[in-house]
Design a protein around this ligand. Structure first.
Ligand SMILES: Cc1ncc(COP(=O)(O)O)c(C=O)c1O
Length: 427
């Protein structure tokens, strides 16, 4: 869908904004100064203000156009302003946006039905974000362990509360989620964190074996790590974790918040490994840019959770859930997933063809690709932005390529050409 009234007239971007009813919009300089004064300083943002998008393209208030190769951190799978999604959201906004989870609404049930029909799961609990989906997984694992053991809720001797997670893993920013997130900078300033958490190096089954035991209630792992630098699990590692969980009566939790929902070219990333979890968290792309999370569970886990034991005011209200149905119905189509695989292969082939000595490794699958450099990537990302392509990092040395899943080959060629030039020019 194009937005003619928003298309910047050459040399007169602000006149276009005025025509669209934004005549009173503050200037970028005013916005930056105000942001410095009123926002908590958690983000280091570049000096651009994004105003609208269409497919794989974004525009800023100065009228500059960008190819979006970050998708709002692996969220905008259908691209920006998808017409079907936008029409469903507009229609639903005019009917019913929110009633709370005190009442049934059609679209939440429709969405859960779809998720259950197309996954290992028997039931779904909805959240508002990935971090919340993690919190739900932790709470459900603990509740399950207690109920399975027949322990009283106030039994102080109950010890099967331990969690095992992995180096370079990332599960969100809430206290429970940072407790199982490895990176010290995300954890240490916020202690005391959840007790009973142990970390093994990713893909080190022997180390995991030493940590998982009778007091473990859950093992939480990303089948393909995102923030940690687009690192895939070895199939034998995930199979080994499954066996360890089964041996010790622990639940296996797959965090597919970033790698799930078509990103790797299959609906769920774990399909490629042939291992089934007991709980899976998903979020980012599910509602096409509206906030949502979902914790998918096997029946035995759901059976341990009673009325009133968990909840959310907003989660998967009618507006968000209807938007998510549009996204899910598109992503799960075999042709859509084949496009992700084909375009992803083209992307990796094109990067390999750069043959840059500064590229240390290219890894990933589908449209979830990490390009590791021999130097910090920030200058490369800054240079690419100035040339009209938005990339994001995963750590200091990895460029994370996660464009909208609708991206075409010509877009990939433009992104890789720009990336290659910026890598070559990097100091
Ligand atoms: C694997 C994974 N889990 C959880 C989260 C947290 O999601 P959110 O930022 O929606 O809370 C993220 C976010 O990047 C993630 O990549």
């Amino acid at each position: 869908m194009t937005h003619p009234i928003w298309e910047p007239a050459p040399g007169a971007p602000h006149a276009v904004a005025a025509a669209a009813g934004h005549a009173d919009a503050p200037s970028d300089a005013e916005l930056f100064a105000t942001a410095d004064r009123v926002l908590v300083g958690t983000y280091a943002r570049p000096d651009i203000v994004l105003s609208h998008g269409d497919g794989v393209w974004l525009w800023d208030t100065a009228g500059r156009k960008y190819l979006d190769f970050g998708s709002g951190i692996a969220v905008m799978a259908l691209g920006h302003s998808d017409p079907e999604w936008a029409a469903a959201v507009a229609d639903q906004a005019a009917r019913l946006t929110h009633v709370s989870n005190l009442y049934h609404t059609r679209w939440q049930i429709e969405l859960a039905t779809r998720l259950v029909a197309h996954s290992f799961a028997d039931r779904v609990f909805f959240n508002n974000s990935g971090a919340e989906a993690t919190e739900t997984a932790i709470k459900f694992a603990r509740r399950y362990a207690r109920r399975a053991a027949g322990a009283g809720d106030d039994d102080p001797s109950f010890a099967k509360t331990g969690l095992v997670a992995f180096g370079h893993g990332f599960h969100g920013r809430t206290i429970g989620a940072v407790s199982i997130t490895a990176k010290p900078a995300y954890r240490l300033p916020f202690g005391p964190l959840l007790p009973g958490v142990a970390f093994a190096p990713y893909n080190d089954l022997a180390a995991a074996e030493a940590l998982v035991g009778p007091d473990t209630c859950a093992v939480v792992v990303e089948p393909i790590q995102g923030e940690g630098g687009i690192r895939a699990a070895d199939p034998a590692f995930l199979h080994g974790l499954r066996a360890l969980c089964d041996r010790h009566g622990a639940l296996l939790v797959f965090d597919e918040v970033q790698c799930g929902l078509g990103r790797t070219g299959t609906l769920w990333a774990h399909e490629a490994f042939g291992v089934t979890p007991d709980i899976m968290t998903v979020a980012k792309p599910l509602a096409g840019g509206l906030p949502i999370g979902a914790t998918l569970v096997a029946e035995r886990v759901a059976g341990a959770i009673g009325v009133g034991e968990h909840g959310s005011t907003f989660a998967a209200g009618p507006l968000v859930a209807r938007a998510a149905c549009v996204v899910f119905d598109r992503i799960r189509q075999p042709a859509f997933l084949a496009h992700v695989r084909d375009t992803g292969k083209h992307l990796r082939d094109r990067i390999a063809a750069l043959a840059s000595p500064r590229v240390v490794d290219v890894r990933g699958s589908g449209l979830f690709v990490g390009v590791e450099l021999d130097r910090p990537v920030k200058p490369v990302i800054d240079a690419a932005r100035l040339q009209g392509v938005l990339f994001i990092a995963a750590g200091t040395h990895v460029i994370r390529l996660c464009p909208p899943l609708i991206v075409g080959r010509a877009d990939v060629d433009l992104a890789v050409d720009t990336l290659g030039a910026c890598i070559a020019a990097a100091a």
